[in-house]
Design a protein around this ligand. Sequence first.
Ligand SMILES: C[S@@+](CC[C@H](N)C(=O)[O-])C[C@H]1O[C@@H](n2cnc3c(N)ncnc32)[C@H](O)[C@@H]1O
Length: 465
Amino acid sequence: MNIMTVKKRKAYELEIIDLAFGGKGLAKPDGFPVFIDRVIPGDIVFAKIIKKKKSWAEGKLIKILKESSFRKQGKCQYCNYCGGCKWQSIGYDLQLEYKKKHVTDSLQHIGGLKDITVKDVIPSDNIYEYRNKMEFSCSIKRWLLPLELENDEIKKDFGIGLHVPGTFDKVIDIKQCEIMPDLGNHILEDVRNFIKASGLLAYHLRTHEGFWRFLMLRHSVAFDTWMVNIVTTYKQMDVVADLAAVLTQKYPQIESVMNNITDAKSGVSAGKEEICLYGEDHIKEKLGKFMFKISANSFFQTNTRSCEKLYSTVSEYAALTGKEVVIDLYSGTGTIPVWLSDQAKMVYGIEIVKSAVADAKQNAMLNGIENCEFLEGDIKDVLPRLKQIPDVMIIDPPRVGMHKEVVQQVLSICPEKIVYVSCNPATLARDLEMLYPKYDIKEIQPIDMFPHTYHIESVALLLKR
Ligand SMILES: C[S@@+](CC[C@H](N)C(=O)[O-])C[C@H]1O[C@@H](n2cnc3c(N)ncnc32)[C@H](O)[C@@H]1O
């Protein structure tokens, strides 16, 4: 028998047979799982084993020996290097099939939940130019693409773009990002040229020196307007005001220019201080008939049109008649409570981030809504104090899912209906397993908010047994 036991630091010819959750390709020489990034089912590859554990290994792609018949030419010139959207070489229909499979597999393997109805994924209308927010990092270490390595004239001392996976300080100097609306690329180019000519350096995460940190762009689909948020280490008004003037004179679509200032050593872009350099400190967006103000650091779903489909699915599952009390856990800037406000008697939102709660109250006011109330704090502390008995509970936790204590609180309140919104099939499966003793999982509707990535949003309908 020819048993191939893979060894660390050795390279092998492997056939990719599946895509695992997390987006990596899977090969199984003699049944032993080897995960490899940036490959797709049907590829025959030469890969080096870089990590080996008892029951699995990780390989690094060295060469594709034979391309899968499923391979498509990715639109983006950086797609083989950038960490942004690694699935561009997979046709969109196949991406959707794998996303659905990842939801079903997670339910089975992580939650032990078999025979749950998982519907076909609702696709994103746009598979390019769909993101309403992009954040580009500035770095004094530009990572060069293989073709750029041959060009001696290219300087490596500045780049603005997206990180190379596995490096914390190197960025690809992105000229054209295909997943944001194209005007963003023109703004990015002008910011790049301005920074290069400014004489000020990009921030360095190790030495903590330098001025320019991030460029964040937000786009409003409904109004086709933009917010430019320049994140710097310290205050230097003359420089950033000049940049704001250059941009706003050229692009009438820019409605807001913000300067977030932070010397925090972590890579976060939210400033300790925020200055409005031009226009207002927010942009407006519409979801359905509702208007929302989005400030630089507010959370807002990044695919506006898919977000409407997500919230429509929440409405459909909640099936409200106007008489119900609804509690929305993890309510962010109040978008779900606002969306449901005219279908319910009262909607309560609970959210931990103070500025998000302030935004939620403003958003309700902006739409003339009086039956939404927003409570600030950690859900595990706030929920027990809320004496309302909800008919329906909406739960939309972050990627890590629900806190165990919150699951217990929900089980003891035990509303008739739960609509669980998830951006992570693994924690969805884990949390549904805990809710399962008291709830029937009627069905799950996956919705694609993130084409060309392995990420998938899902909405689950749970009915009390
Ligand atoms: C996935 S977002 C959902 C936002 C909102 N439902 C939407 O669609 O825009 C999760 C939200 O949970 C909030 N959050 C995270 N942990 C929390 C906690 N322990 N208590 C309350 N809110 C929390 C985050 O600040 C974030 O706004």
